[in-house]
Design a protein around this ligand. Structure first.
Ligand code: NAD
Length: 290
C-alpha cells in the first residue's frame, strides 16, 4: 500500500519537525494540535526553516511553497480518519497516549497504521487498550527532525511484519535511515547513550576527572560533537532523570541507576541550560564563565 495521507498529532518540538519532513517528501499532512499558540509557533518554525533552506540554495522557492501547501490543520480529529499512517508526538505520558490511541483506533479506517514517537514508553503498553494492536509501532525520530538522519522502528511483540516493512519504506521515503529495535526500554540509541552520560556524571562525582576533561575526552578522544556533561545540560537533568529512572524501574539494570549527584543537582534547581546552571553556567542561553 502506497502511503499518501499522514496524520501528525502534536505540533511541538518533534511534531513540527515530523510535519515538515513529511510535507517535503510529498505526503499530504494533517496536523492536529490542541494548543493554538503552539500550533502557530510550530507552523511558523517550519516556514522559517524552509525559508533558510531557500536562502542557502538547498531548495527552491517553489519547493518551499509546494511543501507548505501540503500541510493542513486538522481542526477535528475526524479529519484523520482516512490517513494511511498517524504519528503521535504528544506529551510523554502513558495514560494520555493510551487514551489518544483508543480514540484513533475507533476513528481511523482499518488499514491505518498507528505510530508513536515515544522515547521511553512501551509500545505494547500504549497499544494495550485498542483492537488493532498489530498495526501499532514506534517510529522514533530524533531532534531536530529535519536534520537528524536516523529513525528507530520499534516493534512490539504483536506488531505485524507488514507494518514494520511499510514503516521502514516510509522512513526511507523521508530520506532517513531506519534501524529496528524490539520494544525494550531505551530502544537502541538511548540504551547506548544513557549509561554513557550517567558514567560521565559518576566519574565527576567520584573525582576521577574534571568536568572539562570528561567532555574533552568524549570530543577529542571519541570524536563526539559534544561532551556528555554539556549534552546533559542541553537536554535537562530532570528529563534524563525521569527517563533513566523509568528504565531502571523496569529493568533494575544498575547502568541506569541515577547517580546521587544528579538527584542533588535537581533538588538545587541546577537542571542545565534552561535554569542557567547545570554542570556549566549559562547566561542568555550561552555558556558563561564559572
Ligand atoms: N524533544 C525531544 O528531543 C524528543 C526526541 C525524541 C522523541 N520525543 C518524544 O516525542 C513526543 C513529543 O515530544 P516533544 O518534545 O515534541 O513535546 P512538546 O511538549 O514539544 O510537544 C507536545 C505537543 O503535544 C500537544 N498535545 C498534547 N496532547 C495532545 C492531544 N491530545 N492532541 C493534540 N496535541 C496534543 C501539546 O499541546 C504539545 O504542543 C514525546 O513522546 C517525547 O518523548 C521527544
Amino acid at each position: 500500500m502506497a502511503m499518501k495521507k499522514i496524520g501528525i498529532i502534536g505540533c511541538g518540538t518533534m511534531g513540527a519537525g515530523i510535519v515538515q519532513v513529511c510535507a517535503q517528501s510529498r505526503y499530504d499532512v494533517y496536523v492536529r494540535e490542541i494548543d493554538q499558540a503552539i500550533l502557530k509557533k510550530g507552523l511558523e518554525s517550519i516556514g522559517a526553516f524552509l525559508s533558510r533552506s531557500v536562502e542557502k540554495g538547498r531548495i527552491s522557492e517553489a519547493d518551499k511553497e509546494a511543501a507548505l501547501s501540503r500541510i493542513h490543520v486538522a481542526s477535528d480529529m475526524k479529519e484523520l480518519a482516512d490517513c494511511d499512517l498517524v504519528i503521535e508526538a504528544i506529551v510523554e505520558n502513558l495514560e494520555v497516549k493510551k487514551a489518544l490511541f483508543k480514540e484513533l483506533d475507533e476513528l481511523c479506517k482499518e488499514e491505518t497504521i498507528l505510530a508513536t514517537n515515544t522515547s521511553s514508553l512501551s509500545i505494547m503498553d500504549i497499544a494495550k487498550p485498542i483492537k488493532r494492536q498489530e498495526r501499532v509501532l514506534g517510529i522514533h525520530f530524533f531532534n531536530p527532525v529535519p536534520v537528524m538522519k536516523l529513525v528507530e522502528i520499534v516493534r512490539s511483540i504483536v506488531t505485524s511484519d507488514e507494518v514494520v516493512e511499510q514503516s521502514k519504506e516510509f522512513a526511507a521515503s523521508l530520506g532517513k535511515t531506519a534501524i529496528t529495535a524490539k520494544d525494550s526500554p531505551g530502544f537502541i540509541v538511548n540504551y547506548l547513550q544513557y549509561p554513557f552520560r550517567l558514567n560521565a556524571i559518576r566519574m565527576l562525582e567520584r573525582g576521577i576527572a574534571s568536568r572539562d576533561d570528561i567532555d574533552a575526552a568524549a570530543k577529542l578522544g571519541l570524536g563526539h560533537p559534544i561532551g556528555p556533561l554539556e549534552l546533559q545540560d542541553l537536554v535537562g537533568l530532570d528529563i534524563t532523570y525521569a527517563a533513566v529512572g523509568s528504565i531502571y524501574e523496569a529493568t533494575k539494570d544498575p547502568n541506569f541507576a541515577p547517580p546521587v549527584l544528579m538527584q542533588q543537582m535537581i533538588s538545587a534547581g541546577r537542571l542545565g541550560r534552561k535554569t542557567g546552571r547545570g554542570f556549566y553556567r549559562y547566561k542568555n542561553g550561552e555558556k558563561a564563565p564559572d
